[in-house]
Design a protein around this ligand. Sequence first.
Ligand code: FAD
Length: 277
Amino acid sequence: MLIHNESMGKHCSFRTGGVAQDFFIPETLNGLSQFLKTNQKSILMLGLGSNLLVRERGFDGVVIKLKNLNQLEIDDRIIVAGAGTTLAKLSRFCDSKGLNGAEFLSAIPGNIGGALAMNAGAFGSEIWQFVDSVTTINTKGLVFERSSTDFNISYRQVLANNNHEYFVAARFKFEKIKKQKNIKVLLRQRNASQPVGEANCGSVFKNPKDHYAAELIEDSHLKGFCIGGACVSDKHANFIINKNKASASDIEKLIVHIQQTVKSKFDISLETEVVII
Ligand SMILES: Cc1cc2nc3c(=O)[nH]c(=O)nc-3n(C[C@H](O)[C@H](O)[C@H](O)COP(=O)(O)OP(=O)(O)OC[C@H]3O[C@@H](n4cnc5c(N)ncnc54)[C@H](O)[C@@H]3O)c2cc1C
């Protein structure tokens, strides 16, 4: 399905953002491949939009949403999941099959593609720890099998040795060991510390070495500080919430204000985790 002039506010958890010129939802991997073979426009791959801020001027290209590439299969301890599978679904699936290690994913509102691109993590685990191999597609529609050694993986960052490839599926290996973490307990912990029910993108900044971004922002007395409709959460200082019809530029101005304040107070530069388009 190809549509035009799609508001990205509908697709991003900040519930605001500019317009995408084209918006494509392939039904199958083959459909995606055919589309890419003739596509000339720049591409923005979209997961659940839970870590994206699209500026008001929008995206002058095609946004591709892989929600239909959502197969989920198991062969012994190996799970094959399409890029459009949600992390919550993968986590529950592993739980139901007696496989352990994926519990932390239940707390992250993304899908496999977005989580692989971000090396999403929580509660001391990161998604790439469990990756056996990934399937990628390039801008010309060619499909590749890649191992994790084809990527340079670090905290919330994944650099590909082969540029301009996107994740379409992954093979995960989980253990059949005794359960370490309980999904319900993790979700309760999450809900107690995060502004649940308010539009946000999770942690806005990466934790700098030896520091917590949230602590630096709180110690800068910025909790509750707002620009336009965008505010620093009272509950978690590393979260910005869209409190009152914030524009993408309200949010970006607040991001810059936080960076400048923390820099002048602690001489520490905060790097954004949220991807700004
Ligand atoms: C309430 C809340 C809590 C959160 N908690 C956490 C947390 O604990 N830990 C954590 O790590 N994150 C957290 N996040 C941030 C976010 O959920 C993760 O970064 C998640 O992995 C993003 O996945 P997504 O599918 O929404 O990706 P998107 O936001 O749609 O995209 C993120 C980036 O990935 C790229 N991308 C998307 N799909 C693909 C693909 N198939 N191939 C290549 N690139 C792709 C996009 O172009 C973009 O650059 C939280 C967010 C929210 C709203």
